[in-house]
Structures are given as C-alpha cells and as structure tokens.
Write a protein that binds this ligand. Structure first.
Ligand SMILES: *Cc1c(COP(=O)(O)O)cnc(C)c1O
Length: 420
C-alpha cells in the first residue's frame, strides 16, 4: 500500500510487512494501555462536569476562570494527584520544572538528583554549568547527585546517603538524550522508598517529560510527591499549542502556584484567552496520541534492527518514554535518517535538514521536524549530535500510519546510500 504513494523499493516493502507482523503482540499491549488510559480520561471529564462553558476563554486577570480551574482539577484526577496546575502559561518543559524547583526549594535546602546529571536545559537552572542567570545555587540551594549504575539501575546506597540531609530527591524518568534507559515505575518506587527511608520528610519530584500515558499509572502512585511535564509532549495530545503541568501533593502545588504568578497571588489569576478548547481537546486525545507515538517507536526499533542497526529500547522491550535511539554508525547514516523523516513529515517535507552549530552543544546537531506546533516532540521528529557514537534520537508520531511511512522513507534513504 505504502508503495502506491511513496518511492519505497520492493525489498523494504517486504520488510515493512514482516515488521508489522512481528510487532503485532507489542502493538496489542500498547492498545490495551491506551484503552485503559482513555477510560480514565473520559471518567475524569464526566466526574468533573466539564461543559461547553469550560471551553470558552477569559481576558485580563482571569478571576474565577472556570475553564482554567476545571482543567487543573480534571488533570489532577487523570494523573492521580491531590491537585494540579495544567496551564498554557508554562512556556516549556524547562520552565515548568523551574517553577516547580523554585516553588519548593528555599535557601539552604539541598536538591539531590538520584538519576545522574539531569537533562541539558536544567544545568543552567540548577547552576551546575557555572552560569549566573539567577539559578538555584545563586539563591543558596545546595546540589548533589549520584549516577545510575550499569543497566540504568539506581544506586540505592548512594541515594540513601545523599537524601539524608536533602529537601528534594529529584528523578528524571525519561532517558532524555543520554545513554541510559527510561525508568520503569517500579524503579521509581525503589528510589522513592530509599529516599523516604533515609529521610521521611523528603519531597520526591519526578521530571515526567515523555513518560505520560506510556503505562496505565503515573509516578504519583509510586512514591512521587510532585510530577512535572510539557504539554507539547505526550499529555497535550499534539493539540495543546503550548504549556505544561505540575501535579501532586496539594501543599506543594499551592507553593508552585505562588511561584508561577506572584507570591500571595498564586493560582487564582491567569486568564485563559482562547486556548481552552485546544487544551481540553489535547488532554482528551493524549492517551490515543501517545499510543501512536509508542507504536512508531516500536516499529522504528524493529525495522532498524532488521536492517542491522542497534536500537534502544528494542521493539520487544517495555516502554517508559517515547524515544527510540538508533546507533546509526556514521555521519552519513545520521543525516540520511533525519532527511527521510523530514521528507515524510506533513509540514516542510521539501526541506533537507543540514547539520549546524547550536548554542550549548559541543558538536554540530542535525534536526528533522515537520510539525504543526513548533518544537513539538509528540509529533514525529528526529535529532542527533554529529559525533561518535552517532546516535539518532527519534520520537513522537501522532498518526502511526503516517509516521510508519516517514520511518520507511528514512530507511530507504539509509539503504540507498549504503547500496549504491
Ligand atoms: C523535553 C524535556 C525537558 C525540557 O523540556 P523543554 O520543553 O525542551 O524545555 C526536560 N526533561 C526531559 C526528560 C525532557 O524530555
């Protein structure tokens, strides 16, 4: 079928059929997770009495904004939280994590990261990159971390030691762009149990970016006190145009509300303009959209494994984020993969991504993205630093059928340059 529309050679068309067959049991598992999550979301809409008046916006201060407050309550129920802030006013995942960290930590407190060096953009927020833009360390917050052990397992002894005098134990669920695995909910539970055994008052915060709806539960049931994420990843369903969420213990969410707006004002203000319909629609679609991204990830792993490339996770592995890393072996393959993904994207399919320099990175980066929302990574995208060991990171895919075609196009490009 795909060959009726795109220039995919017979050998790859055959491989595609084989891959679809092989992936079937893993797709079925994704469908059952997604069905469960969709019921959970529907139930929350019904329980919270969401109605047409929630979908229209307000202006100005936004006092008594029904849509805004309804969305907070709805999201809290979905992720199993006492309370939540689910708002378009968060400008990115990094901004959301920043509000949460500054909301909870005070001068003299210690933040302990149990999962190695956090995601790149957090370095400047904490201050571990030596920058001075008003980061946590400049405000007197102390920071320490321990690495994951081989196999991406937590170092329980070091975690207990580090958490004894810490205010916050910080966990990053997704691999981000590091050479490690995404953490399962059971591992998150092990870390939070160790942290709380060493220090019963500790606050466990989880960077949940890319992890939402990959399982039937979120980390709050596994010992987390607060979870944070971006709405242009899984939980915005590809429709929320921007935003983020903080969810968990009521007292902590309240503190974050004061940091998001102004101390003393808190969560009571913030008009909703005209984005409420898209926010609710995105939250409603998110389980289904995440399932499409997971199927794309499984499909890409299987296809590239059959073409002789190592991938992480493998198509057989359980998934806790939506990222697939492909060991592309050399520069040419990395570029070919990204160009194929771009060529199979709905927006800017005609563009050919070029490696370029990016602030904050020590090598050239190539990025493929043809998304409706700028920077959205629940939509299919692929990026890679052009340095050894030449790993391409692929994520997202709001429509599995379309993303499957794009992944096949990337494989065709790789095949072409290696079989001239
Ligand atoms: C994407 C991501 C972030 C930061 O989100 P931005 O929207 O890029 O600022 C933080 N942590 C993890 C694990 C992420 O995947």
């Amino acid at each position: 079928m795909i060959e009726n529309f795109f220039d995919i050679k017979p050998r790859l068309v055959r491989l595609d059929k084989e891959v679809m067959e092989e992936c079937r049991p893993y797709f079925e598992r994704i469908d059952s997770i997604s069905d469960y999550n969709q019921m959970k979301v529907l139930k929350a809409f019904i329980d919270n009495g969401i109605s047409a008046r929630h979908l229209v916006g307000t202006t100005g201060y936004g006092y008594d904004d029904k849509g805004r407050d309804g969305l907070d309550r709805l999201f809290a129920q979905i992720v199993g939280a006492e309370d939540a802030l689910c708002r378009y006013n968060f400008m990115s995942g990094t901004h959301t994590l920043t509000v949460a960290l500054f909301g909870v930590l005070r001068s003299g407190d210690k933040m302990f990261c149990a999962t190695g060096t956090p995601y790149d953009t957090l370095h400047g927020v904490i201050g571990i990159d030596g920058s001075k833009c008003g980061n946590l360390m400049e405000y007197g917050v102390k920071y320490d971390q321990c690495d994951l052990l081989p196999g991406s397992l937590p170092d329980i002894e070091k975690i207990k030691e580090g958490c004894r005098d810490a205010k916050v134990c910080y966990i990053q669920r997704s691999r981000g762009y590091a050479k490690r695995k995404a953490l399962s909910l059971d591992i998150i539970k092990q870390i939070s149990d160790a942290a709380k055994e060493a220090n019963p008052d500790i606050i466990v915060m989880v960077d949940n970016c890319y992890g939402e709806y990959t399982q039937t539960r979120e980390p709050l049931r596994y010992g987390a006190d607060l979870i944070m994420g971006s709405l242009i990843k899984n939980p915005g369903g590809g429709i929320a145009p921007t935003g983020g969420y903080i969810a968990g213990r009521k007292d902590l969410v309240e503190l974050c509300g004061h940091r998001l707006t102004a101390p003393g004002t808190g969560r009571e203000i913030g008009c909703s303009l005209d984005v409420m319909r898209e926010m609710y629609l995105g939250v409603y679609f998110a389980p289904m959209i995440t399932a499409n991204a997971l199927k794309t990830s499984i499909y890409a792993s299987c296809l590239y494994e059959k073409l002789g490339f190592e991938t992480e996770p493998s198509y057989k592995d359980d998934r806790n984020d939506i990222i697939t890393s492909i060991s592309a072996q050399n520069r040419e393959n990395v570029i070919a993969i990204c160009r194929g993904i771009q060529a199979g994207s709905p927006i800017d399919s005609f563009a050919a991504p070029e490696p370029g320099d990016m602030p904050g990175y020590d090598s050239q980066i190539i990025m493929a993205a043809g998304a409706f929302t700028m920077g959205s990574s629940i939509e299919l995208s692929c990026d890679a630093p052009l340095r050894r060991p030449y790993i391409a990171y692929m994520q997202g895919g709001t429509s599995f059928a379309a993303s499957r075609a794009a992944v096949l196009m990337s494989a065709q490009k790789v095949y072409d340059i290696n079989n001239k």
